[in-house]
Write a protein that binds this ligand. Sequence first.
Ligand SMILES: Cc1cc2nc3c(=O)[nH]c(=O)nc-3n(C[C@H](O)[C@H](O)[C@H](O)COP(=O)(O)OP(=O)(O)OC[C@H]3O[C@@H](n4cnc5c(N)ncnc54)[C@H](O)[C@@H]3O)c2cc1C
Length: 290
Amino acid sequence: MKDIDYAAPKTLAEAVALLDGKGDRARVLAGGTDLIVQVREGRRDIDVMVDVKRIPDLTRLTVDANGLRIGAATPCCDIYEHPEVKKSYPGLVDAAFLIGGIQIQSRASLGGNLCNSSPAGDAIPALIALGAVCVIAGPKGERELPVESFCVSPGRNALARGELLAAIKISAPRTGSGAAYLRFIPRNEMDIAVVGVGVSVVLDAAKSKVVAARIGLGAVAPTPLLVKDAADALVGTTADDAAVENAASLAQAAAKPISDMRGDADYRKHLVAVLVKRTLAIALERARKS
Ligand SMILES: Cc1cc2nc3c(=O)[nH]c(=O)nc-3n(C[C@H](O)[C@H](O)[C@H](O)COP(=O)(O)OP(=O)(O)OC[C@H]3O[C@@H](n4cnc5c(N)ncnc54)[C@H](O)[C@@H]3O)c2cc1C
C-alpha cells in the first residue's frame, strides 16, 4: 500500500475545502470498512483520506418530533442502540443491525454505506422505504436529495467535486406506520445481499386500509430502486392476499438483476417476490401495533 496522507478537519468548511482542492485524489474516511479495504487492494487510488469523524455534526444523532437526523459518519451501533430510534424507526434498525458483525457495526456508518453506492448496500433500500433525504454539503453550500436519487451507477453517486454527505434526514413516522428491511444471503450472516427489500406502510385510523406505502429494492439493478408502482398498488387496499401478490409481482417486474456467483437473474427475481411479501408482512404487523 503506498503512503497516503491523512487529514482530520474539525469543521465541515475545512473538509469541503480539502475535498474541493484535491478532487478525486481525496476520499472521505468515515468508518473505513469499505474505503480501507478498497485502497489496500489497489481498487481505489487516492492521495489523501479526509477523516470526518472529528466534525461534531457528522457523528451526531438527533431525534425530535420532526424526525431523525443522523450525522453521515455515525456508526451503526449508535443508531440501533438509541432507545428512540429502536422504538420509532425499527425498519432502519433492521438494516443497521445486519451490516457486518459487531466490530464492523462499531465503525461502519450509514453515510459510508450510501456513499459507497453499492447496488447491494443494505442501508439503502431501508432508507428509500423510509423516504430518507441526503443532506449534502459542498463549496456552494448545502443541498438536499432524496436517497433514491443519490446512487447513479454501481459505486458512483450524485456527489460533485468538493461535496460530502453531511447527514441523512428521516421524517417522524406518521400514526399507524410500520417499516421493515429484510435481505437474502446464502449464509447466516456477514455476506452481501442477493436481494434486499425495505418496506414502509401507513395504515388508516382503523388500522385496516393502507394509506401510503414505499418499497425499496437492493441488489437487483445497477442502483437501489424505489418501486413506486408496486407500493402505490397497495394504497386503498387492506393488504389482502390479492393486493400483496399484485404488489410483489409489480416489484418483480421492476427488478432488472444480473446473474453472478451469488445467484442468477431468475433466482433474484423469484426472491424479490418472496421478500416483498415477507417484509410487507412485518411492516404491516408493526403498523398495526404502533
Ligand atoms: C467484514 C465486512 C462485512 C460487511 N458487511 C456488510 C453488510 O452486511 N452489508 C453492507 O451493506 N455492507 C457491508 N460491508 C461494507 C461496509 O461495512 C458498509 O458499506 C459500511 O456501511 C461502510 O461504512 P463506512 O463508514 O465504513 O464507510 P467508509 O469505508 O469510510 O466509506 C465508504 C465510501 O463512502 C465514502 N464516504 C463515506 N462517508 C462519506 C461522506 N460522509 N461523504 C462522502 N463520501 C463518503 C468514502 O470515501 C468511501 O468511498 C461489510 C464490510 C466488511 C469489511
